[in-house]
Each structure stands twice: as structure tokens, then as C-alpha cells.
Design a protein around this ligand. Structure first.
Ligand code: TXA
Ligand code: MG
Length: 340
């Protein structure tokens, strides 16, 4: 067991100490605007292997490399197409990850044997500060144990990885709350692999045609290769069996209140007063940003209800709603019940 140090991102000397750990090949949980990441020196193969070990992450699931300056992108990829520059100009720093053909300096552990690398320039000041202070591009997947909801507070990181990593830099709760949008420019036309805070509509406004990878909305067909390896693994799984109920608020309340045995609910603010089962609230109806912000904490809190089935309201799929739906449908193992 390691002693995991908790650092405070608002203290410059703490950021410097965390940066030194990274330079020495250590593992540090860092805040970003999306979710907390488990960071290591992206050019240090052994340090990156440590990330997989600490998370229990399958070796074929590649890592995102984080930068704090667009110039760093040129050192990590073979070529920067004009489309990447347009995306960077619009959405960086921010919750967008861009996949491009990788440069030879990218270790196999980072790209998991693929010929591409995923790069992101986060907007969180503490993320930028630690990248700058360390002088390194930082490989960082979400800082959860594989299969658990992504962490949106330093306490979530400590809960999952305390004792396994060197430090956590506490920068407060994450503002977006869901992982970044992932788009590949290594395919033509560009393809959205994971929806997030930057929406499909926004990407199309900049690039024109963008294909929505079928694995965003549907289970991967048996034996099919995943465009993004992360999509084939079960994700965000609470202990209870989650079922999405599609339909009106009234239909949801009626259904849940007549199926109360061992049941709980994942609902919107204001619903809980009318539910006769234990409930966890997740944002406001029709307010995708608040749902995104609260989703992972809500999924973690579902375990505390001590129920075997959780009925969840099914979110809309426009804007950031697509990202909420994508995470929730995985938590539900793609189980959706249409009411009425
Ligand atoms: O918001 C985020 O993206 C957070 C923060 C820490 O930046 N990071 C994050 O990393 O969510 P992770 O590892 O949990 O998710 C990365 C996703 C995985 O589904 C992975 O398969 C995919 O991106 N990915 C990474 N590199 C890829 C590549 N070269 N080709 C296709 N998919 C890739
Ligand atoms: Mg993850």
C-alpha cells in the first residue's frame, strides 16, 4: 500500500510537489473541467503501465494525452490537419479530445498498440498549471477503478485509488461532470466516438459532415471491432440493475409507484416528493447541463439506496443530452422500457 498524499490545487507549492512526482514517474490524480484524471508522464512507458495497473484497466484501452499549449500537439502527432486547427480554435481549451495518427514518441502503452493518439487541451486552470509545471504531456484516463463511474471530486478519486497512487491534487468538483467529447480525424469523414460537453451539433457547425459512431447509442454487435476500445467495456455500473423508463413524468411516477418492491429511482429534482421508493436526484428535467454535472455522483449514490432495481428517467438526446444518454444507457446495460 502506498500513502496517497492529498494536495491542494490552490497552493502553488502543492502543484509544484505534484508536478515533481510526475517527473519522477509517479501517478497523480488531477482535476479537469470534465472529470478527474489519473495522470502520468505520457512519454514514460513504465509510468503509463502503472496507470493500467492502478485502475485495473484492460491493456487494449488507449489513454488520452493532455497538453497546455497547442504547440505541444505538433510533437505528439505525425501531422496536424487543417480540420484539427479549426476544432482547436473553437473548442480548446475545453472538453474535446481529438484523435490523430501518432508520432513515434508515443509509447505503445498510451496508444494500446493503435496507430493513433488521442489529445486534449483541458480548460481547468489546475490541469493547465500541473501540465505547465511538470513540462510534460500527461497521459490521463478518468481516475476511477475500471468499471466504476468517473470521479468528479477528489474524494471520489481517493475512494477508488487511495493507497494505489502517489497523490491527488484537489481542485474542487468538476464543472462539466462527464468525460470529454472524443472525435477521430484519422477517419474520413470525421467520426464522433464519445459524446460529451462539446456537442455533435457544435462539431457539425465547424466541420460539416460528422458521423455518429453507432456504438454511441447502441450496444456493439457481437464480434464487431470497436472504433474506440473503451466503448466495448461495461461502464458506470452501479450495484443495482438500472432500467431506463422512456415516457412522460406522469408515466414514470405511475410505473415506479406500482413497482416498489426492492426498487429505487434515479429522477429529476422535484420528482422525489411524489415517489414512494428511495430516490436519488440528478439535475432538472430538460436541463442537460445540470444532469451531466450530477450524473456520476448520483450513480455512485445509488449504491447507498440498498435496492436491487433502479428505475431511471430517460434523458433527451439533443445537445449535451446525447452524452448523458450515452453514459446512462451503459449504466443500464442498454435496458430501456417504453411506457404507454
Ligand atoms: O474528459 C476526459 O476525456 C477524461 C479527462 C481526465 O480528460 N479522460 C477520460 O479518459 O475520460 P478515459 O481513458 O476514461 O477515456 C478515453 C476514451 C476511451 O474510451 C478510449 O478507448 C478512447 O478515449 N481513446 C483513447 N485513445 C484512443 C484512440 N487512439 N483511438 C480510439 N479511441 C481512443
Ligand atoms: Mg474512463
Amino acid at each position: 500500500m502506498k500513502h496517497t498524499i492529498l494536495y491542494d490545487a490552490s497552493k502553488q507549492e502543492d502543484v509544484a510537489k505534484a508536478a515533481r512526482l510526475l517527473q519522477q514517474g509517479g501517478l497523480v490524480g488531477i482535476p479537469t473541467e470534465t472529470v478527474y484524471g489519473l495522470a502520468a508522464d505520457a512519454l514514460n512507458e513504465e509510468a503509463c503501465r502503472g496507470i493500467f495497473q492502478a485502475k485495473g484497466r484492460p491493456a487494449d484501452n488507449p489513454l488520452i494525452v493532455h497538453i497546455c499549449d497547442i504547440k505541444q500537439l505538433y510533437t505528439l502527432v505525425r501531422e496536424v490537419p487543417e480540420t484539427a486547427l479549426r476544432l482547436a480554435e473553437q473548442f480548446w481549451p475545453g472538453p474535446l479530445t481529438i484523435i490523430l495518427p501518432k508520432a513515434p514518441c508515443i509509447p505503445d502503452a498510451v496508444s494500446a498498440g493503435l496507430d493513433t493518439v488521442a489529445v486534449r487541451f483541458p480548460s481547468h486552470p489546475a490541469a493547465q498549471a500541473i501540465i505547465r509545471e511538470s513540462g510534460l504531456p500527461l497521459a490521463a484516463p478518468s481516475a476511477n477503478l475500471s468499471g466504476r463511474p468517473s470521479p468528479t471530486t477528489a474524494a471520489h478519486v481517493m475512494h477508488d485509488l487511495g493507497g494505489k497512487i502517489d497523490a491527488v491534487l484537489d481542485g474542487g468538483p468538476c464543472s462539466v461532470g462527464l468525460e470529454s467529447t472524443v472525435i477521430t480525424l484519422a477517419a474520413d469523414p470525421p467520426r464522433l466516438l464519445r459524446p460529451g460537453g462539446v456537442t455533435l451539433e457544435q462539431l457539425r457547425a465547424v466541420l460539416g459532415e460528422v458521423i455518429l459512431d453507432p456504438a454511441v447509442m447502441n450496444p456493439l454487435a457481437e464480434g464487431a471491432a470497436a472504433a474506440s476500445p473503451g466503448m466495448k467495456y461495461k461502464h458506470y455500473a452501479p450495484r443495482a440493475n438500472v432500467i431506463l423508463l422512456e415516457g412522460s413524468r406522469e408515466a414514470f411516477l405511475r410505473y415506479v409507484n406500482s413497482h416498489r418492491q426492492n426498487a429505487g429511482a434515479l429522477c429529476y429534482a422535484g420528482d422525489e416528493a411524489e415517489l414512494q421508493v428511495p430516490a436519488v436526484c440528478c439535475g432538472g428535467e430538460g436541463d442537460s447541463a445540470s444532469q451531466a454535472h450530477e450524473l456520476f455522483d448520483a450513480l455512485r449514490r445509488l449504491d447507498g439506496l440498498g435496492v436491487s432495481t433502479v428505475y431511471a428517467r430517460c434523458p433527451g438526446t439533443s445537445g449535451v443530452g446525447l452524452a448523458v444518454y450515452n453514459r446512462l444507457i451503459r449504466a443500464a446495460g442498454f435496458e430501456v422500457l417504453k411506457l404507454e
